[in-house]
Design a protein around this ligand. Sequence first.
Ligand code: FAD
Length: 496
Amino acid sequence: MTDYDYDIGIIGGGAAGLTVASGAAQLGAKTLLVEKEPALGGDCLHYGCVPSKTLIRSAHVYHQIKNAQRFGLPKVDLPPVDFSQIARRIADVIDVIQKHDSEERFCKLGARVQFGNARFKDDHAVDLDGRTVSAKTWVVATGSSPARPPIPGLEAVDTLTNRELFSLPQLPGSLIVLGGGPIGIEMAQAFNRLGAGVTVVDRADQILGKEDPDMAEAVQAVMESEGVNFYLGASVESLSEAGGRKTVALIKKEGSPISLTADAVLVAMGRAVNVDGLNLEAAGVTYERSGIVVNARLRTSQKHIYAAGDVSGGYQFTHAAGYEGGVVVSNAVFRLPRKVDYTWLPWCTYTDPELASIGMNERAAAAAGIETRIWTEAFADNDRGLAEGQTEGRIKLILDKKEKPLGVQILGPRAGDLISEWVAALNGGVKLSTLAAAIHPYPTLGEISKRVTGSVFSPKIFSETVQKGLKFFFNLKGRACTPEVCEGGSLMAEDE
Ligand SMILES: Cc1cc2nc3c(=O)[nH]c(=O)nc-3n(C[C@H](O)[C@H](O)[C@H](O)COP(=O)(O)OP(=O)(O)OC[C@H]3O[C@@H](n4cnc5c(N)ncnc54)[C@H](O)[C@@H]3O)c2cc1C
């Protein structure tokens, strides 16, 4: 039997790779984790979720102070934002989290961490900056990078991506965001709130293209009311730069050319999977432009090589990467066959209001040819939403015609947290009637979930048939007041 240096080797120290490394090492596998950057943590920690949510928080606080009068507070004249202070706060937050993802921590768990660029020599051996290491099983978890579409001028102009955005020395006066997906939209709102004049460009007619149009349009309406400009249905023709100002030439669908100029351009036009330089051909691993090809057990075309996280091109979220890492540990270390199941995978776009989803939305159900019943409840009718001054948005519960839940979307304050109740309910197969009957604390935003499930049952419970039955069995007398009485103004007279 061939003797390899390691039982399992993992390429990439982001959410997926770290999950595999920690699980495999704690289960007693001799584990190697390879990372090309000088620190572990991957995109999420250094250039993604953590810095973006920290920035969003700063922008939210600044926005709240600017709008203090809405809360009955005195008007505040705020000085402009010093972005270097926000960048420092972002770096501080990253530093704290970095400790959880340190080399020492993984060493304590039993995994060896090596920093360097990994490149396959064959299906068991990898070149690590001139050294060869071998492993019985490999996991490719190299993540993704900002996509660079072949647009004339894009490479010549000094543009920003999520790698530069969070450490800018100063706030750009104006910013063009290319791409209306979650990253572009979150950053557009945050930078606009901080004081940059922001314009979003997308070739689609709708921002947040995976979401239902009504929910995405509601997000856009809020952003427009805050001053963000949108050019949708517009394709980017070219970029150029003169005197430090950047110009983006667009063509709208109907053919009209438009030229936009700003201090900075953020490229957020999708993600490209990190396969370049891995020499996957030498390992016999098949990949496409969209990602490494994997089966439901996350095995690649080589049975002993797995791929997890963004690089496999599926759901590109940190929690999806972590989940897939766990599936790899089951299959590769435990040898318990486990398949991925994304039925109840939630996600959230952290705009204000947030837009969170789980399961199918109306668009996905229609594409699958499933007939739906839709139930909604507005935050404008939620007492806590009113108290908080956050009445924008609603919950949308999507049922099939047998009233089986297909999915839930929440557009509203803390939607990303509110969706967790649905994560538990849907994964646990909790009945809607249980959720409707469960006592929720008052006044909370979470009551909206109880209310929407309640609305599924109230037409049945308070139906004429039930009323007739109760009248018959218990001799109830029926209505004490009718709308005609109230509207006719004779209510007082009747009472007297
Ligand atoms: C701005 C932004 C905001 C985001 N916000 C959210 C959010 O709020 N919630 C959410 O769930 N997701 C969010 N994401 C997505 C999330 O960051 C990714 O889905 C997640 O990081 C994927 O994890 P991963 O392990 O697959 O890849 P990564 O975290 O990218 O890790 C891959 C690692 O592999 C290393 N690597 C690559 N090639 C090699 C090589 N040849 N040799 C050695 N090492 C290599 C890389 O350096 C990297 O550290 C956001 C992304 C961005 C860009």
